[in-house]
Design a protein around this ligand. Structure first.
Ligand code: PMP
Length: 398
């Protein structure tokens, strides 16, 4: 029998540990809660809001789209979808794009595409894709299996076959892939975001790319968190001098309107022939209009240069704090405005104190890592406000 409904059971499933505020409004780097309290938002909706909340340029494009077309089926050409695909391919090493609705869906598609290549071209239908310890690729069954974290997978077995895990940033992984005759692809984040803000080592990443090339297997780069400017280049792989064969993006592409995409080089992407894959809302006129407006704003507002300047400023100031409070701050790391700060105190206590006492929002990435993700277009005075609040919290902890 169904349990009687109780006033103590909230109707929304409790899969998220939520903080006790309701966000009602956002603009730029700020949000306001239902009581009118203003917060400095250095979570950017978890790396979504490159241009900040409700950016004028995207708002205008969406208002225009509201008046013309909200949705149409993928059986017809969609102008904004084709425009966004052209923009993404022009600025990446890939030739074709498939649009979907989220990071997990993009990674699912990327995995399917790699398997299709393994089946039809490599003739290895039983092969596996290598992913790395502490990775994060999503919460659907295949992407959860690709995610080599026990705490994400626990209680959700059986897992999907066809994955193998190796250590990140370790030469032995390159050697293991080299010797693995059943490896059909390698999937990684250029900076492990959820896994603790850990950038890939440059030489290691280059060796991985070289081994993939040598074996003729696709290198799949998950740029759901790093992509669309977060690290100061449109894609993080650009820092590494490597070229993925399959690339996934989501989060920041739509400035908050749900969108995801996977891109691939033509010899792989051409294997998705009519009827092989689909997504009702994928590439919808509304979400792709948001994507086009976002990328246009990147160019017009010189967002990548702003990201790099802000990242340099924020990282320098965090390093100064680290010098001052070496017992409390163990390391400052990351790439661009994807910044991790390793703390002696539990990261969640710092997150809570910043929110409750200073109206500043940041995230954790593990028990002792703070994740700081401002909008890419933040500025010096917002950075200084964050630094002042953070310093106060550290002083209170000392
Ligand atoms: N890949 C990476 C690297 C991510 O950081 C995330 C989300 N944090 C995902 C995939 C999943 O994206 P989504 O929540 O949009 O499914």
């Amino acid at each position: 029998m169904l349990e009687t409904k109780s006033e103590h059971v909230a109707p929304v499933m409790a899969a998220y540990g939520r903080f006790p505020i309701t966000i009602e409004k956002g603009k730029g780097s700020y949000v306001w809660d239902s009581e009118g309290t203003k917060y400095l938002d250095f979570t950017a909706g978890i790396a979504v809001l490159a241009l900040g909340h409700v950016p004028d340029a995207v708002e205008e494009a969406l208002k225009k789209q509201l008046d013309t077309l909200w949705h149409c089926s993928n059986l017809y050409h969609i102008e904004s979808q084709e425009k966004l695909a052209a923009m993404l391919t022009e600025h990446s090493c890939c030739d074709q794009v498939f649009f979907c609705n989220s990071g997990a869906e993009a990674n699912e598609g990327a995995i399917k595409l790699a398997r299709r290549y393994a089946n039809l071209v490599l003739h290895k239908p039983e092969g596996h894709i290598v992913t790395f310890n502490h990775s994060f690729h999503g919460r659907t069954l295949a992407t959860m299996t690709a995610t080599a974290q026990e705490k994400i997978q626990s209680g959700f077995g059986p897992l999907v076959p066809g994955f193998k895990y190796l250590p990140y940033n370790t030469d032995s992984s390159v050697q293991a892939i080299k010797e693995d005759s059943e490896c059909i692809g390698v999937m990684l984040e250029m900076v492990q975001g959820e896994g603790g803000v850990i950038p890939a080592d440059k030489t290691w990443a280059q060796n991985l790319a070289a081994v993939c090339k040598e074996k003729g297997i696709p290198l799949i780069v998950d740029e759901v968190q790093t992509g669309i400017g977060r690290t100061g280049t449109l894609f993080a792989y650009e820092h590494y001098g490597i070229e993925p064969d399959i690339l996934t993006v989501a989060k920041a592409l739509g400035s908050g309107i749900p969108i995801g995409a996977f891109l691939a080089k033509k010899q792989i992407s051409q294997l998705f022939t009519p009827g092989t894959h689909g997504s009702t809302f994928g590439g919808n006129p509304f979400s792709t209009a948001a994507g086009v407006a976002t990328l246009e704003a990147f160019e017009k507002q010189d967002v990548l240069a702003k990201c790099t300047a802000n990242a340099n400023d924020l990282t320098m100031k965090l390093n100064e704090i680290k010098e001052k409070y070496p017992d409390q701050i163990k390391s400052v790391r990351g790439l661009g405005l994807l910044i991790g700060v390793e703390t002696a105190a539990p990261a969640i206590s710092i997150v809570n104190e910043l929110r409750e006492n200073y109206q500043v929002l940041i995230l954790t990435a593990g028990k002792h890592v703070l994740r700081i993700l401002p909008p890419l277009v933040t500025n010096e005075s917002e950075i200084d406000a964050f630094i002042a609040a953070f310093t106060n919290v550290l002083i209170e902890h000392a």
